[in-house]
Structure formats: C-alpha cells, structure tokens
Design a protein around this ligand. Sequence first.
Ligand code: PMP
Length: 406
Amino acid sequence: RTTFDVEAVRRDFPILSQQVNGKPLVYLDNGASAQKPEAVLNAMDRYYREMHSNVHRGAHTLGDRATAAFEGARETVRSFLNAESTREIIWTRGTTEAINLVANGLAPRLKAGDEILVSHMEHHANIVPWQMIAERTGAKVVPVQVTPDGELDLESFSSLLNEKTRVLAITHVSNVLGTVNPVAALIEQAKAHGIITLVDGAQAVPHYQPDVQALGCDFYVFSSHKLFGPTGIGVLYGKAQLLEEIPPYQGGGEMIERVSFERTTWNTLPYKFEAGTPAIAEAVGLGAAIDYLNGLDRAGMEAAEAALLERANQLVETVPGMEIIGTAKQKVPVMSFKIAGLHPSDIGTLLDQQGIAIRTGHHCAMPLMDFYGVPGTARASFAFYNTLDEVDTLFTALQKVQRLFA
Ligand code: PMP
C-alpha cells in the first residue's frame, strides 16, 4: 500500500498554489526546470542566516559549520547515486559543465580518427562539447540512430561500436521523448570494447534513483534544478581512478596542493576539479532536495507518475489532429506532441493564457527535430506533484485550442 499522497506533497511546494493569468497554475514544464519544496528554501535560508562563510578554510566556527553542511550535502549525493566514495562526487554548475569537464579531461586521450558515440536524441549539452573536442583532436562524433517510435536503435548501436570508438556519451532519458534508454546494457557492451562511458542523467534523476555502481558507467551527470533543488549547481560522478587520471578542468584556488612558479601540483579528489569558491548554499539546497525525496514513498511516486502518463495517453484521441512524438515502451511522464494546423508556439501561448505552463520549441535537441522533420514540438513534462486533474485540465484546454484555432 502506498503512502504517497499527491495533495500533501503539493502543499510542500509553495509556488504551485498560485493563480497565473487568472487560473490555477498547472505547471507542466518540469523537464526544463522543476519547482522547489519548502524544505529546500528553508535549508538555503537557514544556511545563510546561521552558517555562511567560505568553506575549507578551517579558521573559525562559521567556516567549520559551512564546511560541514557543504560536505554533508556531498555525502547525501554520494548515497543518492550509490557511489563508492565522496571523492567521486564533483560539484559543477550543472549537467552542461559536467559534460564539458569530462570532454576536456578526455581530450588528451583522443586522436585523429577516434570515435565518440552519442545518440540522435541527445540534448545539445551532450553533443556540442564533444564536437568541440573532436575539432581539437581530429576525433569524430558519431550518432546512434533512433527508431520512429523514439527508441534507441540497438542494431545501429551495435553496428557502430568498433575499435575506433573511445567514448560512449548517452542520455539516460530523452528530454524530448521521455524515452528511457537501456543504459545498463549499452554500458556493458561498451565496456567489453574498453570504451569510456558517460550517462547524461539530467532527465532521469527526477523520476528514478540511479545506482552508478550497478550501471557500471564511468561518469554520470545531472543538474540540481531538475531534481527539485536550486539552479547553479550540478553533479559529476566519476570513477575515482579515471578522475585521478584526467587533468583538471579549471585552475585557481582550492584545486591545488601547492603552487610555485616552478611547479604547481593538484589537490586530491574531489577538490582537484573544484576551482574557486563553490556554490555552497546551492549544494546545501540540493542535499535538502534529496533528503526530501528520500522521505517520499518512491514506489508510490513512480506509480503515480506512470498513472499521469497513462491518463495523458488515453486522452490523446480526444484532441483531433493531435499526435505524440515518442511512443517508446519505456517512458517517463514526458509528452512531446503536435496538433495538425497549429504551430507549437501558438499552443504554448494559448495554454499559458489558461494558466498552463508547457514548453515549446526545439528543446535543445535540433538533430532530433530534424529526424522527425519538425521545427519544434509542444512538450508537457510532469513531475510527481502533478495530478490527474491537471492532466484533464491540459486536455480540456487542448480541445478548446484545437476547436478555436486549428
Ligand atoms: N541533458 C539533458 C537530457 C537535459 O534535459 C538538459 C536540460 N534541458 C541538459 C542536459 C542540460 O542541463 P543544464 O542546462 O542544467 O546544464
């Protein structure tokens, strides 16, 4: 029996109980950024009121408090991902910076003709950094194909793996389609070829708790702001041995052991990759978000999310000309769609007038838009705090939009 209670959960998110354009807010843009529970707001407020100072300076009590809170959050993230050690948890600005860090770190290992395998459904954040490294090294970025249903084409994947493949960088969940990729199986195949693997978990962590040791990936990255935490911070998980081997990404304070004009040496993990004063309150906020999630009934939450997607799928036929893009068997509650005769941005504007927030456009996945032959889609992306009533409200609004404008 589930103890997950969506109405109780909604009361934890103050932003949700407001009116937008005269209507109760229906927030269905969680894929772009999720809302924050009171617990996160309070943790950050309390941090600034009671313990703020710079970290790792050790000279006074506030510094010790700030360091304890900051490093405590790192341990919370370690436990969330089931990483072996906090040495493997690097704070970054987000998914984007984490991928740039890894791409730059791996650059010295790449040479002309090497291949970096990504997929056709990647976010630009998992394409462009690799292209920049490819440009520098002469390596090539090769995309695994996607099926019309929006699943990864596993035959394409197998056929593209070869002795030139050095890196597999793949999204766990597609931000456009909601597809959950079989990353464990892909990693296993890649490992058999000695390939370094990175998983973009930005859209996975709001729905699942990944186990990086079970997955066996070398790197796993995500952003706090999609996991109900603050903006400005994210996580790079990396296997300690690889992190030891790759060079630092940025230079400055904190990431060094000793500096002299003759020779500078690097700090130990994880600090080697954390140049400068970090986002301390944001780390504390992310820790609070994970603590909050740990207090929810996970199985109940996942069942509730599956019910949202099921209801949405059932209602598609009530909107003439509506078509879902991405009908994979394994999906999180993310729904990209088009409606015949309507431009996606008009759908977004008309829904906004009714208090409903969705996202429209290319979703930072232009190659995928090209694959489907569309300039963009409308996307409703749900979180565990969305209700079945909100799904109904969305579809009632879509029916109205379709009647009046298509
Ligand atoms: N990868 C995926 C799959 C995403 O959905 C996003 C955010 N839309 C990113 C990467 C980039 O995340 P951020 O902008 O927080 O760095």
